[in-house]
Design a protein around this ligand. Structure first.
Ligand code: BTN
Length: 261
């Protein structure tokens, strides 16, 4: 009988690399609490810009708005370490979802983004992004955490999320290796990240909108400041969602949870 040693952070089970900035070092762990937390622990040391932390499973995966992200084996859980220029940070939260959508489409699942960065297919969640900003010795870093239900056994998810979740395996009826999916996704991440740090950043809001199914929908947005209703018309170059409310007034929302009106 072979016994597989589990590691909660500590030493990675393996190290790999790609020939791009994003993915130049890929640290694979069997199990961690949260790949975002491991990335933050290793920042500036073993994890420099472009390093990716991947785990087979997470025991304390985190979602947006202090929710849990259930992370059984089969799903893809990773965090990308970024060191953006201060003035080019605002779109990172949104654009981190674009490579996930592109990779799912590559394997024939026509996913879209629900603003800001829920990855959905037929109103079911298939992936999510948690971006966290961190200061270390006066340098600003962003850890972009990505969770994708690639081969997630949906019956292992808690009942409260099972009805609203789906997976690549369930939709495409194929099993894509997480390694292959990750590599495809990171190649695209490298392109959008570099664009976000260059003059090409000006077209990112347009590229994002092309993948975002919230645009043109009548929606209700729960924001920290209250509830806003209206039709979503665009995303600004700073990543805010623009609604036209019932009185015809233009309202910009910087953060919130969107649902159909
Ligand atoms: C959400 O939609 O609420 C965001 C989910 C983000 C989950 C990923 S899985 C990898 C990374 N590590 C975490 O603890 N969370 C993110």
């Amino acid at each position: 009988m072979s016994v597989k040693r589990e590691r909660f952070s500590g030493e990675p089970a393996s190290v790999a690399k790609m020939d791009s900035l994003v993915g130049r070092k890929i640290l694979r762990f069997d199990a961690v609490e949260s790949t975002n937390d491991t990335a933050k622990e290793l920042l500036g040391g073993d994890a420099d810009e472009g390093t990716v932390i991947v785990a087979e499973r997470q025991v304390a995966g985190k979602g947006r708005h202090v929710r849990a992200w259930f992370s059984p084996p089969g799903g893809l859980y990773c965090s990308v370490v970024l060191k953006p220029d201060d003035k080019n940070v605002s779109m990172l939260n949104l654009i981190s979802g674009m490579p996930v959508v592109k990779a799912l489409r590559h394997w024939s699942v026509l996913a879209t983004l629900k603003w800001p960065n829920d990855v959905v297919f037929r109103n079911r969640k298939i992936g999510g992004i948690l971006c966290e900003g961190v200061y270390r010795h006066d340098a600003f870093w962003v850890v972009a955490g990505i969770g994708v239900n690639t081969n997630t056994p949906l019956d292992r998810l808690p009942t409260e999320v099972r009805g609203t979740a789906t997976s690549l395996k369930a939709e495409a009826e194929i099993e894509v290796s997480n390694e292959e999916f990750l590599e495809y996704m990171l190649r695209d991440f490298d392109k959008v990240y570099k664009a976000s740090q260059s003059s090409a950043r000006n077209v990112l809001a347009r590229d994002y909108m092309a993948l975002c199914s919230t645009i043109r929908q009548r929606v209700v947005v729960e924001t920290p400041q209250g509830t806003v209703r209206g039709t979503a018309i665009e995303v600004t170059s700073q990543g805010a969602l623009v609604l036209v409310d019932e009185t015809g007034k233009r309202v910009e929302v910087e953060d919130g949870s969107v649902r159909p009106a």
